[in-house]
Design a binder for this molecule. Structure first.
Ligand code: NZQ
Ligand code: ZN
Length: 390
């Protein structure tokens, strides 16, 4: 196990009706003027936004609103939010929504006190040294942004989808998680969220770091819980117990716990971010296509930990043939993704002829000539993985 620091100061408030506590929580965390950020209408239609506004009003906290954040959020909305927040003098950015809304809120929170262009943080030209407080009312378990210090934004002019990781400043001060708020999710979004949280665990699990037993077991146990709960929620979207387990799994998957002490991989995410930047697909659906392809490549080149994953997560019988075990795990993973309605090929994702030259070029321009840690991959290898996803 490697040395690590783990700082996770978020107050999680979980359960039925908890969104009504948003006013008192905002007060408790020092808010005096709030920027309320939300997406393209689901929180308006469900009545959640109204309840959040009522709760802020009752607590005597003024707020201004920024709606219209789109999935795969873009830089223009961040600039709009930074201007609004500065003009109104807000001191907390409250995201009511999913990863796209939360990531936009985080980008605004980092951008407001910074003199330069917020995009500097995403291209690693500057580090976030100060940020407004971020808080969350979560509506979809998926990105895990409610517990992470990460934000992923797309710059439209260059089609770059890049992330920052600033746990010491951008983890939300509180996150409200009411599983009932997820009942209205379309099945496709529920399923894409399930894939995303599994991917967050697997990016951490596939490591060469030795002596990671605690992290391994947390990863394997959480993956098994997700695999059990997913069919329940797909069959009955209002199964509170299953929704609750999935909502908490999404947080556990990405707040860092599953990877402390590990050298994490993240290649599949970087490869997917190029797909969602170019083709604007749902992140989790893109991962359902890429992760099995990455694992298939690993079965032939670095099967060790994939065989362990096969045995412990997918109950594949142990044999001396680690490659065969790994391939069986890929088959079971794909079958699981298909069973919840996710695509497992580019064609099923709606991209008949992906521009693999472009994806490979952008990936290595954005992330360097070598990507990944479980196996270090150059242009030739990442091309092979994209091709395995056809
Ligand atoms: O915009 P509205 O109308 O709210 O609709 C959203 C959106 O269309 C809808 N939705 C959300 N909650 C709903 C709902 N519809 C009905 N009922 C509800 N309760 O779902 C759609 C997707 O929302 P989005 O916020 O985009 O989903 P998600 O949480 O999957 O976030 C995806 C974004 O997060 C990034 C992804 O790349 C993508 O841009 N990620 C962020 C990470 C992080 N910050 O740590 C890590 C991830 O790996 C990921 O990259
Ligand atoms: Zn993800």
């Amino acid at each position: 196990m490697n040395n690590f620091t783990f700082y996770s100061p978020t107050e999680f408030v979980f359960g039925k009706g908890t969104e009504n506590q948003v006013g008192e929580l905002a007060c408790k965390h020092g808010a005096t003027n709030v920027l309320l950020v939300y997406g393209c209408g689901s929180v308006v239609r469900s009545g959640l936004l109204g309840r959040v506004k009522d709760a802020l009003g009752k607590a005597g906290i003024p707020f201004v609103e920024l709606g219209g954040v789109q999935p795969n959020p873009v830089d223009s909305k961040v600039y709009e939010g930074i201007s609004l927040a500065r003009r109104e003098g807000v001191d907390m950015v409250l995201a009511v929504g999913g990863g796209s809304v939360i990531d936009t809120a985080k980008a605004i929170a980092a951008g407001v006190p910074y003199d330069g262009d917020f995009w500097d943080f995403y291209i690693q030209k500057a580090r976030v040294r100060k940020a407004l407080k971020v808080a969350v009312v979560l509506t979809i378990p998926a990105a895990g942004s409610e517990g992470s210090g990460n934000s992923v934004i797309t710059k439209v002019a260059t089609l770059q989808k890049l992330s920052i990781r600033v746990p010491e400043l951008l983890r939300p001060c509180f996150s409200i998680m009411n599983p009932e708020l997820t009942y209205t999710l379309p099945p496709y979004q529920t399923a894409a969220g399930i894939v995303d949280m599994m991917a967050h665990i697997m990016e951490r699990y596939f490591t060469n770091t030795a002596d990671t037993e605690i992290a391994d077991r947390l990863c394997e146990g959480t993956l098994k819980a997700i695999i059990t709960e997913a069919p329940r929620v797909m069959a009955d979207p209002e199964d509170y117990g299953a929704r609750a387990n999935l909502m908490w799994s999404g947080m556990i998957a990405h707040n860092g716990t599953c990877g402390v002490g590990n050298e994490e991989d993240w290649t599949s995410h970087h490869m997917e971010h190029e797909i969602s930047a170019v083709y604007d697909v749902t992140h989790g659906a893109g991962l359902a296509v890429i992760f099995p392809a990455w694992l298939t490549w690993m079965a032939s080149h670095h099967a060790g930990k994939v065989a362990q994953y096969a045995e412990r997560v997918w109950d594949v019988p142990v044999s001396d043939d680690k490659k065969a075990m790994a391939l069986e795990a890929v088959a079971r993973l794909k079958a699981f993704f298909r069973s919840i309605g996710m695509p497992v090929t580019f064609a099923q994702l709606g991209i008949e002829q992906p521009d693999i030259d472009l994806l490979v070029k952008k990936l290595h321009e954005d992330k360097g000539e070598e990507v990944g840690f479980y196996a270090k991959l150059g242009r030739k290898e990442t091309r092979e993985i994209y091709e395995l996803a056809l």
